[in-house]
Design a binder for this molecule. Structure first.
Ligand code: NI
Length: 263
């Protein structure tokens, strides 16, 4: 194999070039419509120069819900320090209050995903109510940052056939999580870090919340420790790249063999 190695975007570890694909910088002409846009462009990933192959290397997807909020900017700096990419499951009303922060998230190469308009329990809403929650959030994210989320996380993980059907109609798989440090309940950086570090396995989706300063303060330790164990920090879409995500279905981790079929 050629001697070419790439100092990857994640963890600073050298990666064999057979495990990465290099994506051209964002020099494409503007598409005529959103429908024509490259899927990567739609989800705001054009700034990723190196795309890791998580079918071959050890990846984890850190996800941050319910923002953006005051500490999100601090989190972006921390993620940059470790060359880590993450996914922000944003709430529409929060995007409306701070659209510039969502632009920042996109500018730093992170993925923006849909976490409903106002954090309602979608499983208690009518079909049209669910669709409205998804649509309003898609629209406000697009207005704020020019990207359209391709993933849904229903608040509280509360889902049912109506939510699945709405997600499917928007072309979005439902991304739940494999690791939950209960950071909304225990506002302790050391507890949150310990739980994430004790439970994270290759291919996991990890749930956290950037609305809690204690969670943001836990992230440096999480990144340092998982980097040391050889993890690469990727967006959810990159975690699942090459493993087909079915709109409406639920996922908590790669590989797809663990997919829960929607009943
Ligand atoms: Ni939430």
């Amino acid at each position: 194999m050629a001697a070419l190695t790439v100092t990857a975007a994640c963890g600073g570890t050298k990666i064999d070039a057979t495990n990465v694909s290099v994506v051209a910088p964002n020099v494409r002409a503007q598409p005529a419509s959103v429908k024509d846009a490259d899927p990567d462009e739609r989800r705001g990933l054009t700034r990723d120069v190196v795309r890791l192959n998580c079918g071959k290397i050890k990846c984890v997807a850190l996800t941050f819900d319910d923002g953006p909020m005051e500490d999100t900017g601090r989190l972006l700096k921390i993620l940059d320090d470790y060359h880590a990419k993450a996914t922000f499951f944003v709430v529409g009303t929060m995007v409306e209050e701070d659209p510039a922060m969502v632009q920042e998230e996109v500018a730093h190469g992170h993925e923006i995903a849909n976490h409903s308009w106002d954090h309602s329990d979608l499983s208690r809403l009518s079909a049209s109510g669910v669709r409205s929650q998804l649509k309003r959030t898609q629209d406000v994210v697009h207005k704020a940052a020019g990207v359209r989320p391709v993933l849904l996380r229903p608040p509280y993980g509360a889902t049912n056939a109506r939510v699945a059907s709405a997600a499917k109609s928007f072309g979005m798989p439902q991304i739940l999580w494999a690791v939950d440090p209960l950071d909304w309940k225990d506002h302790s950086s050391s507890v949150v870090a310990r739980r994430v570090l004790a439970n994270t396995r290759r291919g996991d989706v990890v749930l956290m919340h950037d609305i809690h300063p204690t969670t943001v303060s836990a992230v440096p330790k999480i990144l340092a420790s998982l980097s040391g164990r050889g993890f690469h920090f990727v967006t959810v879409s990159d975690l699942f790249a090459g493993a087909k995500l079915v709109p409406g279905h639920q996922y908590v981790e790669r590989p797809p063999s663990k997919v829960k079929q929607q009943g």
